[in-house]
Design a protein around this ligand. Structure first.
Ligand SMILES: [Cu+2]
Length: 256
């Protein structure tokens, strides 16, 4: 559906969405779960579809474009753990994803421990202008976004920080929606003791190693964990500073 939403403080933009928001609703489950999603196309002007990376199946029917007023039921079984992208499957996908038609599916690795705080940050680029217009799509082709964002709104977590207490463990799931850029996720002042990327633990807290960044190419996902040693304001950023300074940033407000 089409929604006009805030994409940066004081900036409104029409977006193409799953369920009224970009990113769309997050789905979460365990290995072996079967998901059944009903997609209803209430866009009066355009066909759309959906593609869930979290399951494998022949794309032909479930990923087909449905016309305005139509619906389809998409069923997949999550055979493997990971942080997965879903997105509109209708070409040209560059402009459907670039206008907001993406979201995340989180399938927990077996035995995933509880933590004090868990967040999901979907990174994306933002393109202002009339959705699908030649001027807007040309910016997408050139990969010259107007802004970068976590969860669809540039700078939002700088204005509304995440709140954590010292010593608490926080897990940050990150999925890179693109459409053109991945993400180099970093939290200033912290070291990640756990890194899980594309279905594999690269680092676990019981070993001596640490990590500074979770690097994700477009459509990859994973999580990192850390604790915050003392009270303060810990900025999180896409460490590509062009992107951080244009919206892909936030703050973790840590209190004692
Ligand atoms: Cu679409």
């Amino acid at each position: 559906m089409r929604e006009t939403v805030e994409v940066a403080p004081g900036v409104k933009q029409q977006r193409w969405t799953f369920g009224g928001t970009a990113p769309g609703p997050t789905l979460r489950g365990k290995v072996g779960d079967v998901f059944e999603i009903t997609l209803v196309n209430d866009d009066p002007d355009m066909g759309h579809g959906i593609d869930f990376h979290a399951g494998s199946l022949a794309p032909d029917r479930p990923m087909r474009t449905i016309e305005p007023g139509e619906r389809l039921v998409y069923r997949f079984r999550a055979e493997r753990a990971g942080a997965w992208l879903y997105h509109c499957s209708t070409p040209p996908m560059l402009q459907h994803i670039g206008n907001g038609m993406y979201g995340a599916v989180v399938i927990d690795p077996p035995g995933l421990p509880e933590v004090d705080h868990e967040y999901l940050l979907v990174s994306s680029q933002l393109y202002l202008g009339t959705p699908g217009s030649e001027a807007q799509v040309e910016k997408m082709r050139r990969n010259t976004p107007d802004a970068w964002a976590f969860n669809g709104v540039a700078h939002q977590y700088a204005e509304r920080p995440l709140k954590v207490k010292t010593g608490q463990r926080a897990r940050f799931w990150v999925v890179a929606a693109g459409p053109g850029d991945g993400v180099s996720f970093h939290i200033v002042g912290t070291v990640f003791d756990t890194v899980y990327k594309e279905g594999a633990h690269l680092l676990t807290a019981d070993g001596p190693g640490g990590a500074q960044v979770l690097d994700l190419a477009v459509a990859q996902g994973g999580f990192v964990e850390t604790t915050f040693p003392e009270a303060g304001h810990y900025a999180f950023v896409d460490h590509d500073m062009r992107r951080a300074e244009s919206g892909a940033r936030g703050v973790v407000d840590v209190t004692g």
